[in-house]
Design a protein around this ligand. Structure first.
Ligand SMILES: C[S@@+](CC[C@H](N)C(=O)[O-])C[C@H]1O[C@@H](n2cnc3c(N)ncnc32)[C@H](O)[C@@H]1O
Length: 275
């Protein structure tokens, strides 16, 4: 999940997200640069440095494992399942083919814990189901019927494929002409908070695959919906304001019409700023 807001809005929502199972990963800064305030900054009365940024906080959904009316974390579940096998802890090292990483890292209760990689998890599961207590099988099962596969386990982790040269500070000028949507027949901007397509495309592409569903619950002009569509994802958006909703629908429709007319031009990301 990518949570765009002011820093105060984010500060308010952060504990609620954590409480409801979202794990904080990082804070990214959109730096709009000096252009954001050029000619529009009343420095003599301002009591802070002019703000030219917005934040976009990254969260991932924590995997949850319901067991006997409780919800266990992945760390707790791995250890719980191993203990259910009745096998001594040190046998997990043998299962994973390592000297002591299994007991020291994957099954430990302390803070140095980290999740076994999918191929190691597969070995752990196979060993547990072969040598564990016959009455407790299947071990490491998500459905109670069969053990979790390597692919199912890998799916528990949020996708992220970073790109060299891209850090958590995103330099991008404020949106003015070109990409900025205006009210039809007027020179006024349609929405105060339209986000840059380039940044939205970036976060969608690093954290999802073609064909994935992208959900934009606070759509505005549905920049994420448009970026998702451009990147071959499946877009779902919501917007509560009917006027803004209509503008967003028109925006998506315009893109579709232009893409049909000039597919080559629109395939090229450089052209996106001209939409
Ligand atoms: C910050 S804007 C989103 C801007 C968008 N990312 C863009 O680039 O155009 C947030 C939008 O959420 C809408 N909104 C607020 N509450 C909503 C709700 N409960 N359901 C759907 N949309 C809502 C507002 O009308 C506003 O247009």
């Amino acid at each position: 999940m990518w949570f765009w807001n002011t820093e105060v809005g984010w500060a308010i929502v952060h504990p609620i997200l954590e409480e409801y199972g979202w794990h904080y990963v990082s804070c990214n800064i959109w730096n709009k640069g000096i252009q954001h305030i050029a000619g529009n900054c009343n420095l003599p009365i301002l009591k802070n440095f002019p703000i030219v940024t917005e934040v976009c906080a990254q969260y991932v959904r924590r995997a949850e494992f319901p067991v006997n009316g409780k919800v266990l974390s992945l760390k707790q579940w791995l250890r719980y399942e191993w203990e259910r096998t009745g096998l001594p802890l040190y046998k997990a090292n043998e299962a994973c083919g390592v000297a002591n990483a299994a007991t020291r890292k994957y099954l430990t209760k302390d803070h140095v814990w980290y999740a076994p990689p999918p191929d190691v998890f597969k070995q752990l599961v196979a060993y547990a189901n072969e040598h564990g207590d016959a009455n407790g099988k299947p071990f490491f099962s998500l459905d109670g019927q069969k053990p979790t596969t390597q692919a199912q386990y890998a799916n528990l982790f949020a996708r992220f494929e970073g790109q060299y040269g891209i850090t958590n500070v995103w330099e991008h000028p404020p949106l003015h002409n070109g990409e900025r949507v205006k009210i039809p027949g007027s020179s006024k901007y349609a929405h105060l908070n339209q986000k840059p397509l380039k940044l939205i495309k970036l976060i969608i592409e690093v954290s999802s695959a073609p064909g994935d569903v992208i959900w934009e619950p606070f759509g505005g002009l549905c920049t994420a919906g448009l970026a998702a569509y451009m990147s071959d994802r499946v877009a779902h958006c919501a917007e509560i304001n009917p006027n803004i909703f209509t503008l967003a629908v028109n925006r998506l429709q315009d893109y579709d019409d232009q893409a049909k007319l000039q597919p080559k031009l629109l395939e090229n990301n450089v052209a996106l700023g001209e939409l």
